[in-house]
Design a protein around this ligand. Structure first.
Ligand code: NI
Length: 253
């Protein structure tokens, strides 16, 4: 019993062997794979894959690096895709001050528009925050997600984790928790409530330590779960069951 709540299975990195990747995920015990959108084309691909594969679900939204695509027509299309029965959330949306493809102000406007859309439709949101912890949290405090929220690939410190937990948000954990240098991240995930943790791969990126340097894939979510079990003095089974239930609670699947 496992889920991968953040995987870019629609990306070209998987074009040559997508079916085998899904087969390996199933063999590893992964019951659900959620593909978030990044740009409009990715949203369409995610929904198409969700239609083809029972195990695949989709979220739709414009990643801050693609926020320039957020024309009124694009937002209308996202709204319409979001009504598809296998679209379980809006994302990934947020602010990225590392790449800064658009100004902070422009990114925030697109982020807010999509938060409003999610609240309108009663869908949870998947948040991308890169080097923008304070900016993202300020928006989320102001425009509370009514149907739930996950901070994808959480990379903040203890105070930020505590605030996110107190706001009822889920924290997403990926391969970096297995990297040797990431003691701070391990300490954060050792102490947040298990009921608020989601496991992700962010494949093809953020490959766990054992396969580092190779393409990531959903089956490798097992290594994230195993690491959580170690740092929390728990069993693989307990973490797997809890995080699978958490995902079901947030995404209502
Ligand atoms: Ni992602």
């Amino acid at each position: 019993m496992l889920v991968d709540t953040h995987c870019h299975l629609d990306f070209p990195e998987f074009d040559a062997d997508r079916e085998q990747v899904i087969e390996r995920a199933l063999a590893a015990g992964v019951e659900r794979i959620l593909i978030p959108g990044v740009d409009l084309a990715a949203c369409r691909r995610a929904v198409a894959l969700a239609e083809q594969h029972p195990v695949v679900y989709a979220a739709v939204g414009l990643h801050p690096n693609f926020a320039a695509e957020a024309t009124p027509a694009a937002l209308v299309e996202i709204r319409s895709l979001a009504k598809h029965p296998k679209v379980v959330g809006i994302g990934e949306i947020g602010i990225d001050l590392y790449w800064r493809k658009l100004s902070r102000t422009e990114q925030e406007a697109v982020f807010r528009a999509q938060l409003e859309l999610a609240n309108d439709l009663g869908k949870p949101v998947i948040i991308h925050d890169r080097d923008a912890h304070e900016e993202v949290l300020a928006v989320l405090r102001d425009l509370r997600p009514v149907a739930g929220c996950v901070l994808h690939a959480f990379s903040g410190d203890h105070p930020l984790a505590e605030e996110a937990v107190s706001l009822g948000f889920f924290l997403g954990v990926d391969g970096p928790i297995t990297y040797r240098k990431n003691d701070v991240l391990r300490a954060v995930f050792a102490s947040v409530p298990l009921e608020q943790i989601l496991v992700e791969t962010d494949a093809p990126y953020l490959t766990p330590q054992s396969w580092r340097g190779q393409r990531n894939e959903p089956a490798y979510v097992r290594e994230v779960v195993a690491q959580l079990a170690v740092i929390r003095n728990s069993s693989f089974e307990t973490i797997a069951v809890a995080t699978t239930q958490n995902a079901a609670r947030l995404f209502r699947w």
